[in-house]
Design a protein around this ligand. Structure first.
Ligand code: OXD
Ligand code: MN
Length: 601
């Protein structure tokens, strides 16, 4: 059943160029949308290198990209956003289902008919004087049973160029689609970037996304948050798999044993850093491989294990704070073929950001285009400035990244940004308890979304802004997934961000997180001990590798692992608050889990 409305269109005088696909449904829909948006012409993308050069030259000519210093940063370009359009806008993001209950209490909801009418009236004539790019793309490796096809129509050349980084874009998508009609339809127009007319609307029943009034990645690269997570989570529920806001990494021991883990942290909480972790000296011979840094699609395999693919083919990462301590592999990855958005510019055509290696420049041009000096009060780079870069640039990209079967997941890790209460590391007693840990995750908000930076909010599975249906039903789907797996992953919780009373981080983080990973891997393989605690299984001091960790001994370990029952009493009240919000659909199992936690605390 479709919730589409009927459109009255004048198709008579259209003289758009030849499509590069024989898929009738794509051609018909693209032509209808062109009749609605009235672009001057249509550009049918094929994903070729020649096309990349042509579009890049046009973007440079139009001033949408500028060339960076090609000696220092070969193949790199710079883009500056409208200052009112630098992050995801959760208040303008809607799930449009027949009933409010389907979208649930944590999503903005509007009836499909109302939003189709409203947005189609905004799209009418919106591309006059512009080109409409038809972007066929794959989310997932070619030939994977999990892979989905999308087609995005957009009037933004920045989107067209970014989609070829972030997705497998071009003819391969038409190859996978053949003559079927089950592709995701995404229509995007920048309009005039007026925040009053900014809407990102999802129509799960129609596998359709409409986005207007923005040109920021998370709102307009429709394969990412909109398809891979919001629409993806709806498809996953229907089809018996999971679409999650998770990185995927592989840990390889010196003996060549590989263990894959997936980890859900909210936006801008270090997923990219963790996914590219460089083990410290003590772990000579160990390697960490990146499968994905933001999204995991996971499905039980024939052997009863959970298999994951990264549906994306690029990284859209937060720039500030990226340096050779936090993420040496990212520094290498973004040294070529990268689009930098909203960083600061140096006079020699290099980019700069707060937390970059090397000295602070005596002056530069900030992300708004103004002169900046170290005395300036504002940041030079926007806190949510981003790089878009092909994943194949990553020196530690996993060899399995294009494997249609995906990788078997041994552990799922949940984590938030919490200055107090939450210990560095513990393990769920079982799957149901693990779902409770994910469901009740809290985190301080970051600049990745507009508003509320620093406030702690509940962010179940880091999916609060990305779950395309009722959050209570989503948690029930998580519980149900256990029945589809003979050997489900073990579930863990981490917090890199706990602080002492003077505001100093208790745990060194970054590469040292390898020690946490080691315990997790050993637990999955039944090789290391733990003690039972009120929160779950915790490493005893003798189970956790502290060797060679400067300034961090048993006393610090105790502090970072401490369970403070007063803090936990308050924490549980916040769990209770979330459960009240979700009361109509919350699975009973999670209420029992809460009661058990209360009794243990
Ligand atoms: C992202 C986000 O861009 O989570 O990945 O906001
Ligand atoms: Mn993300």
């Amino acid at each position: 059943m479709t919730t589409q409305i009927e459109l009255r269109l004048d198709m008579s005088d259209k003289k758009f160029g030849q499509a590069n696909t024989s898929n009738e449904t794509v051609i018909k829909w693209a032509n209808e949308m062109a009749a609605l948006c009235q672009p001057d012409n249509i550009f049918w993308c094929d994903g070729s290198e020649g096309e990349k050069s042509e579009l890049t030259a046009q973007a440079l000519q139009q001033g949408i990209l500028t060339t960076l210093n090609q000696e220092k940063l070969p193949g790199c370009y710079y883009h500056q956003s409208n200052p009112n359009d630098v992050a995801r806008v959760e208040q303008c993001t809607f799930i449009c289902t027949e009933t409010r209950e389907e979208a649930g209490p944590t999503n903005n909801w509007a009836p499909p008919k109302e939003m189709y009418e409203k947005l189609y009236s905004l799209f009418r004539g919106s591309m006059k004087g512009r080109t409409m790019y038809v972007i066929p793309y794959l989310m997932g490796p070619l030939g994977s049973p999990l892979t989905k096809v999308g087609v995005e129509l957009t009037d933004s050349i920045y989107v067209a160029l970014s989609m070829r980084i972030m997705t497998r874009m071009g003819k391969a998508a038409y190859e996978q689609l053949r003559n079927r009609a089950d592709f995701n339809r995404g229509l995007h127009s920048m309009l005039d970037l007026n925040p009053e007319r900014r809407f990102i609307c999802h129509f799960p029943q129609d596998n359709t996304i409409l986005s207007v009034g923005s040109n920021y990645g998370g709102n307009v690269l429709l394969g990412k948050k909109c398809l891979a997570l919001r629409i993806g989570s709806c498809l996953a529920r229907k089809e018996g798999w999971m679409a999650e806001h998770m990185l995927i990494l592989g840990v390889e021991s010196p003996e060549g044993e590989k263990t894959f883990v997936a980890a859900a942290f909210p936006s801008a909480c270090g997923k990219t850093n963790f996914a590219m972790l460089v083990p410290p000296q003590r772990y000579e011979g160990w390697k960490v491989w990146t499968v994905g840094d933001d999204i995991a699609w996971m499905k039980p395999g024939p052997d009863g294990r959970l298999y994951a693919i990264n549906p994306e083919s690029g990284y859209f990462g937060v720039i500030p704070g990226t340096n050779s301590k936090s993420n040496p592999n990212a520094v290498k990855t973004i040294s070529r073929d990268t689009v930098y958005t909203n960083a600061a510019l140096l006079s020699d055509g290099d980019v700069w950001w707060e937390g970059k290696d090397g000295p602070v420049p005596s002056e530069c041009v900030d992300w708004r285009g103004n002169r900046w000096t170290p005395e300036s009060k504002e940041k030079a780079a926007h806190p949510n400035s981003r790089f878009a870069v092909p994943m194949m640039n990553n020196p530690v990209v996993a060899p399995e990244v294009n494997d249609p079967q995906g990788v078997p997941i041994s552990a799922i890790i949940f984590g938030g940004r919490r200055a107090n209460t939450i210990p560095l590391l513990f393990q769920a007693f079982n799957w149901g308890h693990g779902v409770y840990l994910g469901a009740t995750m809290g985190s301080e908000m970051t600049a990745a979304a507009v508003g509320g930076v620093g406030q702690v909010r509940r962010d179940p599975m880091a999916m609060l802004p990305f779950c395309g249906y009722n959050m209570g039903d989503y948690l029930a789907h998580w519980l149900h997934m256990q029945r589809l797996m003979k050997s489900p992953p073990q579930i863990f919780h981490v917090n890199w961000f706990r602080k002492d009373d003077s505001g100093n981080f208790l745990w060194p983080g970054f590469g040292e997180n390898m020690r946490v990973l080691k315990w997790i891997v050993d637990r999955c393989r039944g090789r290391v001990g733990a003690k039972e605690s009120a929160l779950g299984w915790m490493p005893r001091i003798e189970d956790f590798d502290l060797n060679g960790l400067q300034g961090f001994g048993p006393e610090q370990f105790e502090k970072v692992q401490a369970i403070n029952s007063e803090e936990w009493k308050k924490e549980i009240l916040l769990h209770q608050e979330l459960f009240m919000t979700l009361r109509d659909t919350l699975p009973k199992e999670l209420i029992f889990e809460k009661e058990l936690l209360v009794s243990r605390i």
